[in-house]
Every structure is written in C-alpha cells, then in structure tokens.
Design a protein around this ligand. Structure first.
Ligand code: CMC
Length: 437
C-alpha cells in the first residue's frame, strides 16, 4: 500500500516559473517516492532518467531489495530462510498468492503444477523446425511465445481464471520445454515428465534420462538445482520483469508477455551473465589459469578495454549479493558430493574473487560477486551445458514474471506503459526533390 507522507517536495525553477509541490509516498520499507504524475500537466516538462536510475515504475508487494545491506525479501521473508526451509514450489506459491502455503494448499498447488507438466504433443513438431544448433534461448523465446498458439483457453489477461491457468501452465511447462530444447540440441529423444517425481527431480530426469537408461535423482544435486530456482525466482523491477510489465500493459496475453521477458533476459548484462561468467573463467583457465589473473584484472580495469569481470557488480546491490552467498555454499556442497573440490575452475573462481574483493578498483566501486558468479560453476558440475544456463534462469524467473504481471493487471492505477523522451533530433525541415538532396 502506498501511504501518503506528510512531507512534500517542492520543485522550483531558476527562471522564475511557478514552483510546484509534489506529494511523497512511503513504502513499508525502503526509500520514499516523489509522485511526479502531474508534473507534465502542470509544468509542461518531463523528467529525464534513462536506465531508470531514480525512477520507481510501479508500486509492488512482491520483492524488496536493500542493495546497501545486501538484503533480499520475497513477500517479506528473507531469501536465506526461504532457501534453507522451503522448496521452489512453496516459493512459487508465496510469490503468486502472497504467502507460503499450509500443507493443504501446498498439496493442491503441487498437484495442479504436476498435472500441467506435459506439453501439447504438437509443440514437438514446432520445435523440430529450429536448427539443431540454435541457442536454447532463441528456441525458448519461440516456444514460450508459441504457447499462446497452443493454449487459446488461457490467453485473456483480464480474466482472473485465465491468468491463473496460464500461470500454472507456464510454471509447469517451462522445465519440460527447457529439457526439450536441450534434448533437441544433442539429438536425443525427448523424455516425458514423470508425475511421481518432485518438480526439480522431474526436470533433472527430463534432462539426463534417455530411453536406454533412467536417471536416479541425486538428492544433493536436486536440492542444488532447486536452490538455483529459488534464488532466481524474482528480483523486483529488473530489466526482464519491467519488460514483462511493459509488454503486458498493452493487454497482450500472458504467454506473449513472458516470451518478451525471456528475450530480455538473454542479454549478457542480465540473465546471460552466468554463461558469460563461466566462459570468462574457461578463457582465463585456457590462457594460463590462476597465474594470469593479474593480467586479466589489469584488462578489466583498463578504461580502453571493454572487458568486464562477469559475475561481478549489480545495479542494485552495492554489497555482497545475498544470493551469491547462498550459491557459494551450494557450490561447496555440490563439488564435495561429486568429489570435485579440486576442480580447477572453482579454484580459479575463488582466487579471482579474493583478488577482486581486495582490489581498490572493485572496492571503491562497490563491485561484489553476484549470483551468476557461482551458479555457473554449480550448473556445470551438475552436467548442465553452458549454453543452457540462461534458459534455466528463465525457467526459474517465470514465476516472478507472472506474479508481477498479475499484480500489475490487478492494480486499479495500471495504465499502458508509455515512457516519454527528450527529442534532440533535427528541427522541422522540408523534403527536397531527390536531385537536390
Ligand atoms: N567489471 C568491471 N567493471 C565494472 C563491472 C564489472 N563487472 N561492473 C561495473 N563496473 C564499473 C563500471 O565500468 C563503472 O566504472 P566507472 O565508474 O569507472 O565508469 C562502475 O563500475 C559502475 O558501473 P555501471 O556500469 O554504472 O553499473 P550499472 O549499474 O549500470 O551496471 C551491471 C550493472 C550488472 C550491468 C554491471 O555491473 C555488469 O555489467 N556486470 C557484469 C555482468 C553481470 O555479472 N551481470 C549480472 C547481474 S546479476 C543477475 C541479474 O540480476 O540479472
């Protein structure tokens, strides 16, 4: 709920134009916002904030981040407690319905999701139209968008029942689609979901079983993958979530809006960073390993190079990303369970982290490891190919996108998103005949 504050902001102009009082609103925690909705109407001026550095695009009850403290809450619950005490489907229930489920609610929700895991058989033929070497995110963007062509009965975003069925379908079918895009790429038959398994156990079986050999879920690895899902489930108004909101604000169907989120997530500054972080580690390893860290860090710090330390830095966290701490713990568990604690890439990551955390360049800019720094190592150890990392992030973030989309549609103040601009192009001019141009 937005609570009006007693404080008002006053905007004054040095050219003598009349000043304007702007109302302030308080959230439950975190910074207040200045309401500028009437600014243009009253002053004829817009605000200018490319990249939304100081702009709240909505009010939301779902996720809270305190970037300075390194705190992340889903519906008020600290991410550490959720990661340690809940499974992913409980977290999905929390994000969508506002609270953790009791036993009865949990059973009902799990059943609903479990019985929606199969995808329309025709989707296989759609998938077969892609090249086998297509990037999984290219395939996922297409498959998720195509869901609106396969599930017509849940495409009315203004119908609460349609929205709920679409939500269940998306959460349930994403693992099936990600596994199918993987199997297609490696030329193996698709593995159908198995309802007796957990959400995450089922995903891993669809990934790693073949018709010749079943997959026996390994508890530590299933728990690690489930934690990856929990940690990536939502992250308030990040680029892909804002994309889903903006896309959905036109009234388009939920599958189309989520497909837009998948497309946005693909970029290396966002969801593609886990893939980029692992590629960076592999590159350093190939070119000399730990010995070459100093040289690499020098390149990162060079203003004239575009090299970045992938998996470091965050728009909001100016402290250690709390998800990175949990992922680091999971990383140790997985490598121990698999007898890989001497894994050279993990050792390299630890050495790189240590050096970066002590280097003034990173310290002064408050650049800390983010979740992607470790999630790539965990996924690689589990046997997930690097090119699939971002698709797994998309699988996990789907619930957050849906919760945010539904929150926006249910908000009486919601309007189509339509940012304004500062035009700096040519002033009005006349078209001249082609011979005179
Ligand atoms: N390596 C080296 N320098 C960096 C890095 C980095 N990873 N990140 C930021 N900087 C520098 C940047 O060059 C700038 O320096 P200066 O002030 O001298 O110009 C300063 O730190 C501030 O950076 P910024 O680009 O203004 O920060 P931003 O908030 O616009 O960017 C970011 C945030 C995540 C895009 C950026 O830190 C980055 O590109 N990191 C690497 C990619 C990455 O790991 N992304 C995953 C984010 S977490 C997953 C998710 O939520 O999607």
């Amino acid at each position: 709920m937005m609570t009006p504050s007693d404080v008002k902001a006053t905007l004054s102009f040095s050219d003598g134009s009349p000043s304007m009082d702007l109302p302030l609103y308080k959230g439950s925690v975190g910074p207040d916002v200045i309401d500028i909705r009437k600014l243009y109407g009253q002053t004829g001026k817009f605000t200018y904030d490319p990249g939304f550095l100081s702009t709240a695009s909505c009010n939301s009850t779902i996720t809270y981040i305190d970037g300075d403290k390194g705190e992340l809450l889903y519906r008020g619950y600290p991410i550490e407690q959720l990661a340690q005490n809940c499974d992913f489907l409980e977290v999905c229930h929390l994000l969508i319905y506002g609270d953790l489920p009791n036993q009865e609610q949990r059973d009902k929700f799990v059943k609903n999701i479990t019985y929606h895991t199969m995808v329309n058989e025709q989707m296989q033929f759609f998938l077969r139209g892609f090249r086998r070497d297509a990037h999984p995110m290219a395939v996922m963007t297409g498959l998720v968008g195509a869901m609106s062509a396969f599930y017509h009965d849940s495409t009315d975003v203004h119908n609460a029942q349609h929205r709920e069925i679409a939500a269940h379908r998306l959460i349930a079918k994403m693992p099936t689609l990600v596994a199918m895009s993987y199997k297609y790429g490696v030329g193996q038959p698709f593995i159908y979901p198995k309802n007796s398994l957990s959400y995450t156990g089922n995903f891993m079986r669809m990934m790693f079983a073949t018709p010749c050999e079943d997959y026996e879920p390994n508890e530590v690895l299933v728990r690690a993958m489930d934690r990856i899902f929990i940690l990536h489930a939502d992250h308030e108004q990040n680029a892909s979530t804002s994309t889903v909101r903006l896309c959905g604000s036109s009234g388009t169907n939920p599958f189309a809006a989520i497909a837009a989120g998948v497309a946005c997530l693909w970029g290396p500054a966002h969801g593609g960073a886990n893939e980029a972080a692992l590629q960076m580690l592999e590159d350093i390893q190939r070119n000399g390993g730990v010995e070459k860290i100093g040289e690499f860090i020098k390149q990162v710090k060079d203003k004239n190079s575009s090299v970045k330390l992938m998996g470091f830095g965050h728009r909001v966290y100016k402290n250690y990303d709390p998800r990175a701490k949990l992922m680091r713990e999971t990383c140790h568990e997985v490598l121990n369970a698999l007898g890989l604690h001497d894994d050279p890439l993990f050792k390299l990551a630890m050495a790189l982290e240590k050096i970066a955390l002590e280097d003034d360049y990173f310290v002064s800019r408050k650049l800390y490891p983010n979740v992607d720094f470790y999630s790539g190592i965990v996924q690689r150890a589990i046997g997930i190919p690097v090119s699939l990392f971002t698709a797994i992030f998309a699988l996990a973030r789907t619930v957050g996108w849906i919760a945010q989309l539904n929150e926006m549609i249910g908000d009486p103040e919601y309007k189509i998103g339509r940012p304004r601009q500062l035009y700096v192009g040519a002033a009005p001019r006349q078209v001249r005949p082609i011979g005179e141009r």
